[in-house]
Design a protein around this ligand. Structure first.
Ligand SMILES: Nc1nc2c(ncn2[C@@H]2O[C@H](COP(=O)(O)OP(=O)(O)O)[C@@H](O)[C@H]2O)c(=O)[nH]1
Ligand SMILES: [Mg+2]
Length: 447
């Protein structure tokens, strides 16, 4: 997977039909490969969009195309890249890729263009992962977080922490290297203080991790409650009014119905369930046990009550059973005379839509502590968060050693170096083939 001495080709645009479809070729021979496919005889000029014709083996024209040549290193991958913009048709694009294979290209692996960009130093690992996030983003906030990381915001934060750590390690090493001369490049009090500074930087970065992760991964919200309180109606109000991201096939009302929607910037998978009550027949029992399982994995429960009636035993039971869960208790049917004998978090009418905005804000507030997710977040990827948390642990250990006194400086140094190695793993300065394979395998071909 890691050989970069051949030229790779793939369709870079999504499957389907459109005005334009792009085939991308990258590698040392990409210009020669392109030349063998085009009617144009003069060599392609750097970064100039050139109109020409693309021909097959038997010289029949496959399509009219616009070709752009990006010489290394000023290209996406850092290699010679040729982008062929043809008409967006799968048959045409496949024929172009097929022709490129005939004249010496190899079909690209998933994520291989971005992997090459990483291997050639065009992007670090955080930025390469951000490419995948940006392509996958389903809400504007997700796109903004990914774009910030692509632009290097997180890389910059980590570089700052790394620089601080590097200078501390250098001074400690100097003290160790010249002990006899009586040099003291750094006193232990100063070491402890400096470790504290780095910890402070790391803590500020990690403080936004939960929020960032929620933005990136989204949350699952399950609508629960006894039958007929208006769960499906509330589901529809939320799912229809908000921009639905993907409409998944609905099952029967006894099955789970789910929809991915954007609620105040948060990507929410909203799940409607069959009523949670004692099963009256076996079909319903299956629906209910699925509902219970969905409820168990949910990040948040919308516990719906019928506000026009006093609580029933079933309501009481559900309220008691979910008391430790993250939940929003909703009194529905606020268009009717309210008869409910309990304080609830929000009152809505699924029939008129009254209170729906308040319900949306309550959902986001309960999940994030904010009313809406408009701002970006520096850190969002679980891989980065986990590594930075491990680095933090090593720094805390180093500080404890310093504070305990009497510890040889080598031990402190070992912790600091381990912390640094973890930072390097985040940006990919230090990495393994397995990790790269794992990350880039999640990309699609052509990225
Ligand atoms: N008046 C009124 N009726 C509602 C409201 N929401 C739902 N209903 C009615 O309550 C009944 C049950 O609604 P449904 O959404 O199927 O409840 P579910 O069984 O909990 O999914 C239906 O007849 C709805 O029309 C509301 O806000 N006001
Ligand atoms: Mg229902």
């Amino acid at each position: 997977m890691f050989s970069t001495d051949d030229s790779i080709v793939a369709v870079a645009t999504p499957p389907g039909r459109g005005g334009i479809g792009v085939v991308r070729i990258s590698g040392s021979t990409s210009r020669e490969i392109a030349a063998a496919m085009l009617t144009r005889r003069e060599p392609l000029e750097a970064r100039r969009a050139t109109f020409t014709h693309l021909i097959g083996k038997n010289t029949s024209v496959i399509d009219e195309v616009v070709v752009t040549y990006f010489p290394a290193p000023h290209s996406y991958t850092g290699e010679h890249v040729v982008e062929i913009s043809a008409h967006g048709n799968p048959v045409v694009l496949r024929a172009i890729v097929g022709r490129a294979l005939e004249v010496g290209a190899r079909l690209a692996e998933p994520g291989e263009f971005t992997l090459r960009a990483f291997l050639n130093g065009k992007r670090d690992l955080v930025q390469a992962e951000a490419v995948a996030d940006l392509i996958a983003a389903a809400t504007p906030v997700q796109a903004r977080v990914a774009c910030d990381q692509l632009e290097g915001t997180l890389t910059h934060h980590i570089a700052e922490i790394d620089a601080e750590l590097f200078s501390l390690i250098a001074r400690l090493e100097a003290s160790l290297d010249f002990p006899d001369e009586g040099y003291h490049f750094i006193e232990s009090e100063e070491t402890g203080r400096q470790v504290g500074v780095v910890l402070g930087q790391l803590d500020r970065l990690l403080a936004g991790a939960g929020r960032g992760r929620l933005i990136r991964e989204g949350a699952t919200v399950v609508v629960a409650g006894r039958p007929n309180v208006g769960k499906s109606s509330i589901f529809n109000v939320l799912a229809r009014a908000d921009r639905a991201i993907v409409a998944e096939a609905a099952g029967t009302t006894r099955d789970l119905v789910s929809e991915r929607i954007d609620i105040e910037g948060l990507e929410v998978t909203l799940v409607d369930t069959a009523g949670l009550r004692e099963a009256v027949d076996t079909v319903e029992r299956e629906g209910i046990s699925r509902a219970q399982r969905a409820g168990d994995v949910a990040d948040l429960l919308l516990l719906v009550l019928d506000g026009s009636e006093p609580l029933t035993g079933e309501d009481e039971h559900l309220l008691a059973r979910t008391v430790d869960r993250r939940r929003v208790v909703v009194a529905n049917k606020s268009d009717l005379r309210m008869a409910i004998d309990r304080q609830t978090d929000v009152r809505v009418s699924a029939r008129t839509g009254t209170g729906a905005d308040e319900l949306r804000r309550a959902i986001v507030r309960e999940l994030t502590g904010e009313e809406s997710l408009r701002d970006s977040a520096a850190i969002s990827n679980m891989r980065h968060i986990a590594l930075l948390e491990q680095a933090r642990t090593r720094l805390v250990a180093a500080r404890e050693l310093v504070e305990a006194g009497e510890t040889p400086e080598e031990f402190v140094l070992a912790d600091l170096q381990a912390a640094r190695a973890l930072l390097e793993e985040v940006v990919g300065t230090r990495t393994s083939e397995e990790l790269l394979q794992h990350i880039f395998a999640k990309f699609c071909v052509g990225k």
